[in-house]
Design a protein around this ligand. Structure first.
Ligand SMILES: [Zn+2]
Ligand SMILES: [Zn+2]
Length: 267
Protein backbone atom coordinates (compact mmCIF):
# COMPACT_ATOMS: atom_id res chain seq x y z
CA UNK A 1 0.00 0.00 0.00
CA UNK A 2 1.17 3.50 -0.76
CA UNK A 3 0.11 6.40 1.45
CA UNK A 4 0.25 10.02 0.38
CA UNK A 5 -0.07 12.46 3.29
CA UNK A 6 -0.59 16.15 2.67
CA UNK A 7 1.36 17.87 5.44
CA UNK A 8 0.40 21.17 3.89
CA UNK A 9 -2.02 22.27 1.18
CA UNK A 10 -1.22 25.99 0.94
CA UNK A 11 0.98 27.62 -1.68
CA UNK A 12 1.86 30.90 -3.31
CA UNK A 13 3.15 33.97 -1.50
CA UNK A 14 0.38 35.05 0.84
CA UNK A 15 -1.02 31.69 1.89
CA UNK A 16 2.60 30.91 2.83
CA UNK A 17 3.29 34.19 4.61
CA UNK A 18 0.13 33.97 6.70
CA UNK A 19 0.12 30.13 6.90
CA UNK A 20 -3.56 30.26 5.95
CA UNK A 21 -2.99 26.61 5.26
CA UNK A 22 0.21 24.80 6.08
CA UNK A 23 2.95 24.64 3.45
CA UNK A 24 4.57 21.40 4.60
CA UNK A 25 4.42 19.62 1.23
CA UNK A 26 3.70 15.93 0.73
CA UNK A 27 4.94 12.83 2.55
CA UNK A 28 4.92 9.72 0.38
CA UNK A 29 5.09 6.44 2.27
CA UNK A 30 5.35 3.68 -0.32
CA UNK A 31 8.27 1.52 -1.43
CA UNK A 32 10.40 4.33 -0.02
CA UNK A 33 9.68 7.18 2.35
CA UNK A 34 10.02 10.40 0.45
CA UNK A 35 9.23 13.99 1.20
CA UNK A 36 8.09 16.10 -1.72
CA UNK A 37 8.60 19.89 -1.63
CA UNK A 38 9.33 20.69 2.03
CA UNK A 39 8.09 24.26 2.38
CA UNK A 40 7.82 26.26 5.62
CA UNK A 41 6.26 24.25 8.45
CA UNK A 42 7.29 20.80 7.22
CA UNK A 43 9.18 19.85 10.39
CA UNK A 44 6.43 21.13 12.65
CA UNK A 45 3.78 19.21 10.71
CA UNK A 46 5.87 16.02 10.77
CA UNK A 47 6.17 16.33 14.52
CA UNK A 48 2.43 16.93 14.89
CA UNK A 49 1.62 13.86 12.80
CA UNK A 50 4.24 11.56 14.35
CA UNK A 51 6.35 11.20 11.19
CA UNK A 52 10.06 10.89 11.98
CA UNK A 53 12.27 13.00 9.67
CA UNK A 54 15.20 10.65 10.39
CA UNK A 55 13.27 7.76 8.78
CA UNK A 56 13.11 9.49 5.39
CA UNK A 57 14.89 7.79 2.49
CA UNK A 58 14.60 10.65 0.04
CA UNK A 59 13.70 14.30 -0.45
CA UNK A 60 12.48 15.77 -3.73
CA UNK A 61 12.59 19.51 -4.39
CA UNK A 62 10.81 20.63 -7.55
CA UNK A 63 12.09 24.22 -7.74
CA UNK A 64 13.62 27.14 -5.90
CA UNK A 65 10.59 28.91 -4.47
CA UNK A 66 10.40 29.07 -0.66
CA UNK A 67 6.98 27.38 -0.42
CA UNK A 68 8.75 24.29 -1.84
CA UNK A 69 12.20 24.25 -0.23
CA UNK A 70 12.70 26.12 3.06
CA UNK A 71 12.84 23.05 5.35
CA UNK A 72 14.92 20.96 2.92
CA UNK A 73 18.29 21.49 4.62
CA UNK A 74 16.99 20.29 7.98
CA UNK A 75 15.42 17.22 6.35
CA UNK A 76 18.79 16.47 4.76
CA UNK A 77 20.42 16.74 8.18
CA UNK A 78 17.72 14.38 9.51
CA UNK A 79 18.28 11.78 6.77
CA UNK A 80 22.02 11.90 7.36
CA UNK A 81 21.54 11.54 11.14
CA UNK A 82 22.79 15.02 11.89
CA UNK A 83 25.45 14.82 9.19
CA UNK A 84 27.19 11.84 10.84
CA UNK A 85 26.20 9.26 8.20
CA UNK A 86 26.32 9.61 4.44
CA UNK A 87 22.69 8.70 4.01
CA UNK A 88 19.62 9.65 2.01
CA UNK A 89 18.79 10.59 -1.55
CA UNK A 90 18.16 14.14 -2.69
CA UNK A 91 16.50 14.61 -6.07
CA UNK A 92 16.14 18.19 -7.18
CA UNK A 93 15.67 20.64 -10.01
CA UNK A 94 18.84 22.24 -11.36
CA UNK A 95 18.22 25.66 -9.77
CA UNK A 96 17.93 24.05 -6.32
CA UNK A 97 21.52 22.82 -6.44
CA UNK A 98 23.24 25.25 -8.81
CA UNK A 99 21.02 28.32 -8.92
CA UNK A 100 19.87 29.76 -12.22
CA UNK A 101 21.05 33.32 -11.73
CA UNK A 102 17.72 34.42 -10.30
CA UNK A 103 16.42 31.55 -8.16
CA UNK A 104 18.45 29.29 -5.90
CA UNK A 105 20.63 27.60 -5.02
CA UNK A 106 18.21 26.51 -2.30
CA UNK A 107 20.61 24.16 -0.51
CA UNK A 108 24.06 25.09 0.79
CA UNK A 109 27.20 23.37 -0.45
CA UNK A 110 27.59 21.77 2.97
CA UNK A 111 24.11 20.25 2.81
CA UNK A 112 24.78 19.04 -0.73
CA UNK A 113 27.69 17.03 0.71
CA UNK A 114 25.57 15.14 3.28
CA UNK A 115 23.32 12.76 1.33
CA UNK A 116 24.50 9.48 -0.13
CA UNK A 117 23.06 10.52 -3.49
CA UNK A 118 22.49 14.03 -4.76
CA UNK A 119 20.99 14.12 -8.19
CA UNK A 120 19.84 16.96 -10.41
CA UNK A 121 16.90 15.80 -12.49
CA UNK A 122 16.15 17.30 -15.89
CA UNK A 123 12.80 16.69 -17.59
CA UNK A 124 12.73 13.09 -18.83
CA UNK A 125 15.40 11.87 -16.39
CA UNK A 126 14.62 8.71 -14.48
CA UNK A 127 16.07 7.44 -11.23
CA UNK A 128 15.57 4.17 -9.38
CA UNK A 129 15.57 4.49 -5.62
CA UNK A 130 13.92 1.14 -5.09
CA UNK A 131 10.94 2.64 -6.85
CA UNK A 132 11.34 4.20 -10.28
CA UNK A 133 10.73 7.92 -10.56
CA UNK A 134 10.76 10.21 -13.57
CA UNK A 135 11.04 14.00 -13.83
CA UNK A 136 8.61 15.89 -16.05
CA UNK A 137 8.78 19.39 -17.52
CA UNK A 138 6.85 22.17 -15.81
CA UNK A 139 6.33 25.72 -17.06
CA UNK A 140 6.97 28.16 -14.24
CA UNK A 141 8.93 31.31 -13.29
CA UNK A 142 11.84 29.07 -12.25
CA UNK A 143 12.54 27.62 -15.68
CA UNK A 144 14.16 24.49 -14.23
CA UNK A 145 11.00 23.46 -12.34
CA UNK A 146 10.21 19.75 -12.63
CA UNK A 147 7.27 17.55 -11.76
CA UNK A 148 7.71 13.99 -10.55
CA UNK A 149 6.12 10.67 -11.45
CA UNK A 150 6.43 7.81 -8.98
CA UNK A 151 5.85 4.34 -10.39
CA UNK A 152 4.56 2.43 -7.37
CA UNK A 153 3.35 -1.16 -7.70
CA UNK A 154 -0.24 0.02 -7.40
CA UNK A 155 0.10 2.55 -10.20
CA UNK A 156 1.70 5.81 -11.22
CA UNK A 157 1.36 8.93 -9.10
CA UNK A 158 2.01 12.17 -10.97
CA UNK A 159 2.81 15.47 -9.25
CA UNK A 160 3.12 18.28 -11.78
CA UNK A 161 4.48 20.94 -9.34
CA UNK A 162 3.93 24.63 -10.08
CA UNK A 163 3.22 24.99 -13.78
CA UNK A 164 0.95 26.71 -16.20
CA UNK A 165 -1.25 24.71 -18.55
CA UNK A 166 0.60 23.41 -21.61
CA UNK A 167 -0.15 20.50 -23.89
CA UNK A 168 3.16 18.96 -22.79
CA UNK A 169 2.00 18.79 -19.17
CA UNK A 170 -0.92 16.66 -20.34
CA UNK A 171 1.08 14.46 -22.75
CA UNK A 172 3.78 13.66 -20.20
CA UNK A 173 1.35 12.55 -17.52
CA UNK A 174 -0.90 10.22 -19.48
CA UNK A 175 -1.37 6.96 -17.58
CA UNK A 176 -1.35 8.48 -14.09
CA UNK A 177 -3.60 6.65 -11.66
CA UNK A 178 -3.47 9.60 -9.28
CA UNK A 179 -2.61 13.12 -10.38
CA UNK A 180 -1.71 15.83 -7.86
CA UNK A 181 -2.29 19.33 -9.21
CA UNK A 182 -1.21 22.61 -7.57
CA UNK A 183 -4.27 24.78 -8.12
CA UNK A 184 -2.98 28.15 -6.99
CA UNK A 185 -5.90 30.14 -8.39
CA UNK A 186 -9.68 29.62 -8.38
CA UNK A 187 -12.19 29.80 -11.24
CA UNK A 188 -11.80 32.91 -13.39
CA UNK A 189 -8.47 33.95 -11.83
CA UNK A 190 -5.81 32.65 -14.21
CA UNK A 191 -2.25 33.94 -13.73
CA UNK A 192 0.93 33.15 -15.62
CA UNK A 193 2.99 30.26 -14.36
CA UNK A 194 0.24 28.57 -12.32
CA UNK A 195 -2.90 26.50 -12.72
CA UNK A 196 -6.35 27.90 -12.10
CA UNK A 197 -9.36 25.61 -11.76
CA UNK A 198 -10.27 25.69 -15.48
CA UNK A 199 -6.67 24.75 -16.39
CA UNK A 200 -6.64 21.89 -13.89
CA UNK A 201 -9.97 20.63 -15.23
CA UNK A 202 -8.50 20.50 -18.76
CA UNK A 203 -5.65 18.31 -17.48
CA UNK A 204 -8.04 16.04 -15.56
CA UNK A 205 -10.37 15.74 -18.56
CA UNK A 206 -7.53 14.75 -20.91
CA UNK A 207 -5.65 12.38 -18.61
CA UNK A 208 -8.70 10.79 -16.97
CA UNK A 209 -6.94 9.49 -13.84
CA UNK A 210 -8.77 7.41 -11.25
CA UNK A 211 -8.39 10.32 -8.81
CA UNK A 212 -7.34 13.95 -9.20
CA UNK A 213 -6.20 15.80 -6.07
CA UNK A 214 -5.99 19.59 -5.89
CA UNK A 215 -3.51 21.17 -3.46
CA UNK A 216 -1.15 24.20 -3.14
CA UNK A 217 -4.04 26.64 -2.76
CA UNK A 218 -3.25 30.34 -2.90
CA UNK A 219 -5.02 32.82 -0.66
CA UNK A 220 -7.68 33.72 -3.25
CA UNK A 221 -8.40 30.06 -3.87
CA UNK A 222 -8.73 29.38 -0.14
CA UNK A 223 -11.17 32.30 0.18
CA UNK A 224 -13.24 31.07 -2.78
CA UNK A 225 -13.29 27.53 -1.39
CA UNK A 226 -11.02 24.70 -2.57
CA UNK A 227 -13.94 22.24 -2.32
CA UNK A 228 -15.94 24.29 -4.81
CA UNK A 229 -13.04 24.15 -7.28
CA UNK A 230 -12.82 20.38 -6.97
CA UNK A 231 -16.59 19.88 -7.19
CA UNK A 232 -16.79 22.07 -10.31
CA UNK A 233 -14.05 19.97 -11.91
CA UNK A 234 -15.61 16.64 -10.89
CA UNK A 235 -18.95 17.74 -12.37
CA UNK A 236 -17.39 19.03 -15.59
CA UNK A 237 -15.11 16.04 -16.23
CA UNK A 238 -16.87 13.14 -14.54
CA UNK A 239 -13.53 12.27 -12.92
CA UNK A 240 -13.34 12.00 -9.15
CA UNK A 241 -11.62 15.18 -8.00
CA UNK A 242 -10.99 16.21 -4.41
CA UNK A 243 -9.43 19.20 -2.68
CA UNK A 244 -6.74 18.10 -0.26
CA UNK A 245 -6.85 19.38 3.31
CA UNK A 246 -3.95 19.52 5.75
CA UNK A 247 -3.31 16.05 7.27
CA UNK A 248 -5.29 14.19 4.59
CA UNK A 249 -3.90 10.76 3.71
CA UNK A 250 -4.71 9.05 0.43
CA UNK A 251 -4.17 5.28 0.48
CA UNK A 252 -3.58 3.60 -2.85
CA UNK A 253 -4.35 -0.13 -2.99
CA UNK A 254 -6.73 -1.83 -5.39
CA UNK A 255 -9.03 0.92 -4.23
CA UNK A 256 -8.08 4.46 -3.41
CA UNK A 257 -9.35 5.80 -0.10
CA UNK A 258 -9.01 9.07 1.80
CA UNK A 259 -8.69 9.55 5.54
CA UNK A 260 -7.47 12.14 8.00
CA UNK A 261 -4.18 11.34 9.67
CA UNK A 262 -4.45 11.84 13.40
CA UNK A 263 -1.54 13.41 15.21
CA UNK A 264 0.66 11.13 17.27
CA UNK A 265 3.02 13.59 18.85
CA UNK A 266 5.96 11.82 20.40
CA UNK A 267 8.61 13.67 22.38
ZN1 LIG B 1 4.50 27.15 -5.11
ZN1 LIG C 1 6.73 28.21 -7.53
Amino acid sequence: MTNITFLGTGGGRFATIYQTRSTGGIFLDGTRRMHIDPGPGTLLRMKQLGIKPTDLDAVFISHSHPDHYTDAEVLIEAMSRGGLEKRGIVLAAESVIKGDGKFGPAISGYHCSLPEVLKILLPGDEYDLGVRVKATRSFHADFTTIGLQIFEREGMIAYVSDTELREEVIEQNMGARIIILPVTRPLGERIKGHLCTEDAAKIVEAIRPELAIFTHFGLKCIREGPNLQAEWTWKKTGIKTIAAVDSMTISMREEITASRRVGVQKR
